[in-house]
Design a protein. Structure first.
Length: 245
């Protein structure tokens, strides 16, 4: 039997750390409840402006940013799930073991920390690859690489073999140095931040910035895959929607 949005939210609760990450105005799970069975679930970064033509034919939508959504303009009975902070913390570029494994990495036990918070991981490759091959794998999985830096740039550093890759949700001097000390050759993040460029160049680390929207879209797709794995008869579709960069 197809699930309701409440049942989908309950299934995802542990994976999204819903109890810890809930806060008023930014819930993790049901944003707009509905008893309708969900046979077709749309994935979308944000609602955009009404009228919501993208909602036609959907039973529910899973949004990354539900803010500004006008429920009265949605089709009757459409359920809405929202994962904002949870997606950013769990399923973007950072401490994301699922993404690491899709990239062919085995996450190491010790995370990368900033100010007492976990912000990234180091993953080991089963066999060394060139930095260029790692960049190609990152582009394939995440849909592209927006910018590279450090290690003299992608052209100069692409032939260097690496055995460890970092996925980090920030780029500071201290984080780049900590990654380099652990043997990281490619540092994957959302955006290039200038304070981290010089230490990356000095350590021979190639930085690959994928862009915020690519990371968010990977997170949306991953949540959709979790739903489809639990309920194979639910049709999970891309409902479009542009991000903010």
């Amino acid at each position: 039997m197809p699930p309701t949005v409440a049942q989908i939210a309950a299934s995802l609760a542990a994976k999204t750390d819903a109890d810890r990450l809930f806060r008023e105005g930014d819930p993790v799970g049901v944003w707009l409840d509905s008893p309708r069975p969900v046979r077709r679930l749309g994935l979308r970064l944000e609602a955009g402006r009404a009228p919501y033509a993208w909602a036609d034919g959907l039973d529910a939508v899973l949004l990354h940013r539900p803010f500004g959504l006008w429920p009265a303009r949605l089709p009757d009975g459409l359920g809405v799930l929202a994962y904002h902070r949870a997606l950013d913390e769990r399923f973007a570029v950072g401490h994301n073991p699922a993404l690491a494994r899709e990239l062919g990495l085995e996450p190491e036990a010790e995370p990368l920390m900033r100010g007492g918070n976990v912000v990234g991981l180091v993953g080991a490759l089963p066999a060394p690859l060139t930095a260029a091959d790692v960049l190609g794998r990152v582009a394939d999985v995440l849909g592209g690489v927006e910018e590279t830096a450090g290690a003299g740039g992608a052209d100069a550093g692409g032939a260097v073999e690496v055995s460890r890759v970092a996925l980090v949700g920030a780029m500071t001097e201290a984080l780049v140095e900590a990654a380099a000390e652990r043997g990281v050759g490619v540092y994957v993040t959302g955006q290039v931040r200038r304070p981290g460029v010089a230490p990356a160049e000095a350590a021979g680390v190639l930085v690959a910035a994928v862009g915020q929207e690519r990371a968010e879209r990977w997170g949306l797709r991953h949540l959709g895959r979790l739903v489809a794995a639990r309920w194979p008869d639910v049709d999970v579709v891309d409902a479009g929607g542009e991000g903010r960069g």
